[in-house]
Design a protein around this ligand. Structure first.
Ligand code: MRU
Length: 371
């Protein structure tokens, strides 16, 4: 395992007044950081997928605005000017990418912090300071919740392995590791925890076309951590499960509805159908900030469609042309896996399971585990 000062896998490098984001479009061949001076830089870094992954998107957005207001001195506006300024910028940042709920969830919580601070503030900079403090806490909280997800997930898999096996091979999709979060990762955090506990036989990661988060980012993290791992083409997953080489599938989430329907990287729904067909347990690993209780089912989730260039060219649209000119393209970035295909949802408060139904009662779980 790499030493702690090694920040190869650190997507977000922050200290008060300065934010640098690892340009994930260039990984794994090049490690380059971009200086993010304000929310406009933050918005573009999210839209262009310099930073990606639901938790990392939310944290990078909040910290880009924290850097902006840290360096805004003097701000000669009033307390209510400072409040409106932050709310306007947060709404702007939320418009960068629509599917991952973590970003809008963070904006809602930060607006509550701002409004509470305005009750006691004596000047505008008190509002900005309250905002900066709250944004910085998101960084720490995310790592802590990912480590909890990892341990709950590993324990659950270990205790519920119905074939009594003591070593697991886990298939994952997209990138849900340190690069998609503030550290450790969600689904990849479960794989890390299984490896640390000595019960991981092998991790399999899909390429995750068209942006190749699996082959470029997940493979990079698994090799970095010396975790036994194999990369497969997205289209090879069915054959791998048919061979009985997968004990469980563990994926991340961008938005989980109240019934458990889950939006995640395009291709996740296919994996869930294949897992169901081959009786392979299929888990979603996600922090509670990825759950949107305002949606009763996945039908209401807005699915981002991205540039055709991502399919027509290599390197997520930045490389050479590979597809025939003139062909039409449909490039949804996410799909929705219905709750009836999901065995359990691994969160930082424990694993949500179904009781005698095809759906999850997440509202009940959140109420029971609140505080
Ligand atoms: O388009 P991306 O790379 O932002 O998509 C990322 C995913 O779908 C992840 O699985 C999800 O955001 C969870 S990241 C912990």
């Amino acid at each position: 395992m790499a030493s702690s000062q090694d920040n190869t896998l650190q997507a977000i490098c922050y200290k008060r007044g300065s934010l640098r984001l690892l340009d994930q479009r260039k990984l794994p061949l090049e490690t380059a950081y971009l200086d993010i001076r304000d929310s406009t830089d933050g918005w573009h870094a999210i839209k262009d997928m310099v930073v990606r992954g639901a938790p990392a998107i939310a944290i990078a957005a909040a910290l880009s605005l924290a850097v902006e207001v840290s360096n805004l001195d003097p701000f000669d506006g009033s307390i209510s000017d400072a409040v409106s300024y932050l709310i306007m910028k947060l709404d702007y940042l939320v418009s960068s990418r629509p599917t991952a709920v973590n970003l809008s969830d963070a904006a809602t919580k930060l607006k509550e912090v701002i409004s509470k601070a305005s009750d006691t503030a004596s000047e505008a900079k008190n509002i900005f300071q309250a905002f900066i403090d709250a944004a910085e806490i998101m960084l720490e909280d995310d790592v802590a919740s990912n480590k909890a997800i990892g341990s709950y997930g590993a324990d659950f898999l270990y205790r519920h392995a119905d074939d009594g096996s003591k070593k697991f091979s886990v298939l994952t999709h997209c990138n849900t590791g340190s690069l998609a979060t503030a550290g450790f990762g969600t689904a990849l955090g479960v794989i890390r925890a299984l490896h640390t506990q000595g019960v991981l036989k092998r991790a399999y990661c899909t390429e995750t076309r068209p942006f190749n988060q699996g082959s470029r980012l997940t493979a990079f993290e698994l090799v970095h951590d010396n975790i036994p791992a194999t990369l497969i083409a997205d289209s090879a997953a069915a054959a791998l499960m048919k061979d009985g080489r997968v004990s469980a599938v563990v994926v991340g989430a961008d938005r989980v509805a109240a019934n458990g329907d889950t939006a995640n990287k395009i291709g996740t729904y296919s994996l869930a159908l294949i897992a169901k067909h081959h009786n392979v347990p299929f888990f979603v690993a996600a922090p509670l900030t990825s759950i949107d209780l305002s949606l009763s089912s996945g039908q209401e989730i807005v699915i981002e469609e991205r540039s055709p260039k991502e399919l027509l060219h290599t390197r997520g649209g930045l490389g050479e042309q590979v597809a025939a000119s003139g062909i039409a393209v449909w490039n949804p970035a996410f799909d929705v896996t219905p709750a009836n295909l999901i065995s359990g949802i691994i969160t930082e408060k424990g694993v949500i399971t179904k009781v005698d139904t095809e759906e999850f009662d997440i509202k009940d779980f959140v109420q029971k585990t609140a505080g």
